[in-house]
Design a protein around this ligand. Structure first.
Ligand code: ZN
Length: 286
């Protein structure tokens, strides 16, 4: 099942995509004001039955996509978590080693944008770079989640473009400044539930800028696995429904090119992940 958050003239809601149509579950199930409330509930297990009972209310082409989870409590991003990206970063002269524990940072939800909404190149930088990533959306929360049970806590998988402002990312040892600008966190278009994703360790990922392939890899290149990331994050945080873990980006980012290549106003950046779909965003100038 594909689940999404969206807005129409009637306001913000969430629902399921059935064919080319949207079933408005936010209206049908008002006890769950947001998608995060639903995926953390017992009713999430009955989703097929619940969706079948509601008639679609709009066509997909008529809604505006919101970030899949518009206001997650936490967006945890894994850093340098693909072997191929690790090698390309080292090749640019960055001193990097594969660490014992997963390096992470936090992104604020206000930096997010939905599918089709513009990514914003900030006025203070032209070093705007793409990072196509598989996003894991937490359903059932918890702490100290064991790796062998970790996937039971996943409500679904989606696409995050961890668009980065590279020069700001390198102001200090901590990279959060370059990872939280307004309008730099495309997340969408929907989440796909685990029963329809196939094997999450074997998904092809491709990032295209103006149709040209810039990143082409698959999730088998992850250094820290999805269960390992969930275990690590839940050791620190109490994970709650709707929390997002962006699992890191593969090789092919713009800063690693000689000379570097960055996003500019007028570009269109797309991230496609097998069995999920395409997250597409134009770039505009602040
Ligand atoms: Zn990233």
């Amino acid at each position: 099942m594909r689940l999404l958050s969206f807005s129409t003239d009637a306001g913000e809601s969430w629902g399921a995509v059935v064919g080319g149509e949207v079933v408005d579950l936010g209206r049908a199930l008002p006890q769950y004001p947001a998608l995060a409330d639903f995926i953390g509930s017992e009713d999430f297990k009955r989703r097929d039955e619940l969706v079948a009972a509601v008639r679609p209310s709009s066509r997909l082409a008529e809604i505006s996509f919101l970030p899949v989870i518009p206001r997650p409590e936490k967006i945890v991003c894994a850093v340098r978590n693909y072997l191929d990206h690790h090698h390309e970063a080292v090749a640019t002269g960055l001193k990097r080693e594969i660490t014992e524990f997963p390096p992470i940072f936090l992104r604020v939800w206000r930096s997010q944008v939905g599918h089709n909404a513009p990514v914003v190149r900030p006025m203070v930088s032209d070093n705007l770079d793409w990072e196509g990533e598989l996003a894991v959306v937490i359903g059932r929360g918890g702490r100290h989640i064991a790796e062998d049970r970790a996937l039971d806590h996943v409500a679904g998988y989606s696409i995050f473009n961890d668009v980065s402002v590279r020069d700001w990312q390198r102001h200090a040892q901590q990279i959060a400044s370059g990872k939280n600008f307004v309008g730099t966190g495309p997340f969408g278009p929907w989440l796909v539930t685990p029963d329809e994703i196939g094997d999450p360790t074997k998904l092809k990922l491709e990032t295209r800028v103006n149709g040209k392939i810039e990143q082409s890899s698959d999730t088998s290149m992850l250094i820290f696995s999805i269960p390992r990331l969930i275990n690590y994050c839940s050791t620190i945080f109490d994970l709650v429904p709707g929390d997002v873990i962006a699992t890191g980006t593969p090789a092919g980012v713009g800063f690693a090119r000689k000379p570097p290549v960055f996003l500019k106003p007028g570009d269109v950046v797309e991230v496609e992940i097998e069995n999920i779909g395409v997250l597409r965003n134009p770039v505009v100038q602040e």
